[in-house]
Design a protein around this ligand. Structure first.
Ligand code: PLP
Length: 354
């Protein structure tokens, strides 16, 4: 990842990531899984939080099995964790033979064609599609898996894991049990973060959580059992005392009256502060909630600080204890995953607990 910024004085915002919180989230998931081991999903740059520090922290917390989406992510992770088991969800792509051997990566084989090309090359995983229709072999193809394939993780993925009562969830668990009973393998794995909280019937031999490690609520209809490791502090770069009727931002979408006070913050949609948060986002100054007013622009947002004492250079919480990623996501109709994975590259990143 390109790191353009290098100081709290030159950056428009400071992104602090508490690695101790990520470790304690890992331990919380281990506790939920009981005797079943817990892998860690660190795809998409550790869900936007920085795969190097995040994966190192998870290794220190005891994780030994890691999943990433892409082969290139596996190569990057190998430089961070020389001894980890690194599994590649996208599978054995054409022409990627050397990458798998050179960096000791384990493919999640998603089709009979991939299995046929991998055969004889050693340890692999196999993904069976029990209802997601995205990646994996159909259940009726598993009897064509050749004998002698060295399958470490036999896996499937839930489509509606965050709704434990969804009929598809139960159907997928049933189908996966049948598959598990006929395919030789070392470890069966089904549960993503939400799956871990479904209970023992979803745990099988290996948990495979991602988002919960990073504080996203795996049980959206209940209180969040995870802690938020992320704080994003944006810098006030200008304060406006409004003395005449006017408006703020592109499109002049938000009217202003004399007597109002605005602050301009040096964060915009180019930093992953989504444009759909226009006139919807909330920022905290200490304990005080302050609204984003007008459109989010590329590099800037405006907030209404009427009645507050603020000055240029001051930091405000764009993400923090009162407005975690799930909360921002709710305000603009997305999910916490998207807020995290969009976190920009211009922030000064500070890791606590490194
Ligand atoms: C991303 C992913 C996970 C992790 O899912 P979370 O919902 O983030 O816990 C697990 N398994 C597969 C196949 C995935 O693609």
């Amino acid at each position: 990842m390109s790191q353009i910024t290098n100081s709290v004085h030159t950056a428009g915002a400071i992104l602090s990531i508490d690695l101790d919180v990520i470790k304690s989230n890992y331990q919380r998931l281990c506790q939920e899984l009981g005797d079943v081991p817990c892998a860690a999903v660190v795809k998409a740059n550790g869900y936007g939080l920085g795969v190097g520090p995040v994966a190192t922290a998870l290794w220190q917390a005891g994780a030994r099995t890691f999943f990433v989406a892409q082969i290139d992510e596996g190569i990057e992770l190998r430089a961070v964790l020389p001894d980890a088991d690194i599994h590649i969800l996208v599978g054995f792509l054409h022409g990627s033979d050397d990458a798998f051997s050179q960096f000791n990566l384990i493919p999640v084989l998603n089709s009979l064609d991939q299995i046929d090309r991998w055969k004889g090359r050693g340890r692999c995983d196999v993904h069976v599609d029990t209802g997601m229709t995205r990646l994996g072999l159909a259940p009726d193809e598993v009897d064509q898996i050749p004998n002698g394939l060295d399958i470490d993780v036999l896996m499937t993925h839930l489509a509606c894991a965050d709704d434990k009562d969804h009929p598809l969830t139960h159907q997928q668990i049933r189908t996966f049990r049948q598959v598990r009973d006929v395919v030789a393998h070392k470890r069966a794995s089904l549960a993503n973060s939400s799956g871990v909280f479904i209970g023992p019937e979803a745990h099988f031999d290996l948990g495979r959580p991602g988002c919960a490690l990073y504080g996203i609520n795996p049980t959206p209809h209940q209180e969040n059992p995870m802690q938020n490791p992320v704080r994003l502090q944006g810098k006030i770069v200008q304060v406006h005392e409004i003395d005449t009727q006017s408006s703020v931002g592109y499109g002049a979408t938000h009217a202003l009256k004399a007597g109002q006070k605005l602050a301009t913050i040096a964060v915009g949609y180019a930093d992953g502060y989504l444009r759909s948060l226009s006139s919807k986002g909330v920022v905290y100054i200490g304990e005080q909630e302050v609204p984003v007013v007008g459109r989010v622009s590329m590099d800037l947002i405006s907030i209404d600080i009427t009645g507050l004492d603020c000055e240029a250079g001051q930091l405000v919480d764009l993400i923090g204890p009162h407005n975690p990623p799930d909360c921002l996501a709710d305000l603009c109709g997305t999910i916490g995953y998207e807020i995290l994975t969009n976190l920009g590259s211009r922030y000064k990143r500070i890791y606590k607990g490194e």
